[in-house]
Design a protein around this ligand. Sequence first.
Ligand code: ZN
Ligand code: ZN
Length: 361
Amino acid sequence: MNFRARKTAASRAAKAAGADGLLVTHRPDLRYLCGFTGSNAALVLAGGKSVLFTDGRYTVQAKSEAAGTRVVIAKKPVMTAACEWIVEAGIQRCGFDAAVTTVATLEAMRKAVPAKVRRGLFLALESPVSRLRQVKDADEIRKMRAAAKLGCSLFDDMLGYLQPGLTEIDVASTLEHRARLAGAEAMSFPTIVASGERSALPHGHASMAKLPRRGFVTMDFGVVLDGYMSDMTRTIHLGKAQPEERDVYDAVLEAQEAGVAMVAPGVTAGEIDEAARSVLRRAGLDRWFTHSTGHGVGLEIHEGPRLAAKQTQKLEEGMVITVEPGVYMPGQFGIRIEDMVLVTSRGYEILTPSIKAWIEL
Ligand code: ZN
Ligand code: ZN
């Protein structure tokens, strides 16, 4: 793991934004920059130095996880200790992430420093570390590939389990149990299993509803391996489908494949969205496609870039994104298909190659 390179890149980003120090408190950012996974910590980067402040519960854990970073076990609130150090170290303008810092935390930061240096000391930055995290390094790609692969094998296994009459919660908990037995630290988010009419709910959490004899089942889930999350969706049909259900499925699949096919460095997030959306528009289904086409994924389930209409951010080699168009017809049925896609130098690699062709069980 190249924590040193990541810390240097974060310092450089802060410097480019006018800060000579950076205060980091968001847990995924801490894990990314120094390896520490505990809660209640603050990392300060300044002048080539890095200091991690945490509390006594993490004495052993912090020293082993954050090797290469100086660890201070604070006897006072970590934010107070970090801010006092910022003043002692002579930092003039210390950047912090405005997107993850609450008003109360900012107040505590200000209170922790003497009034005479308070003015202008803290500089609100726009997600300096999350932006770096959008482009994955080789170590991260290896971990994400492993998480995605586990997700695929769980889906393949679940095909042998699904049958009418099981509750959605039965399906979700069986999938989650199998994931944990296979080594997943956790699920990326509460597993979505939405069947029959409920498949028209884009984020239908698994309920006590029973899988129908005839109807769709959408499963959207992910596993966490070594901190990194997977995310995939497949929709299958139980029993014999109506021709219309089959037609809509084919349109969603065509839209999803069109979105994926566009993925390459330099293409904008909005162009991916449009590639998928335009297929559904031609099929007269776009008004049922009510969310954006995808998102970045990594240490968090929803990261940048956001793949939505008119987004001008360009894809870069090393980004891992999802492409997940869907059609949701209230009171009838819904279909979503989602892959995780790695942006490569020449185009893309699908990290979740489970079958997307029509499945009727
Ligand atoms: Zn998903
Ligand atoms: Zn997703």
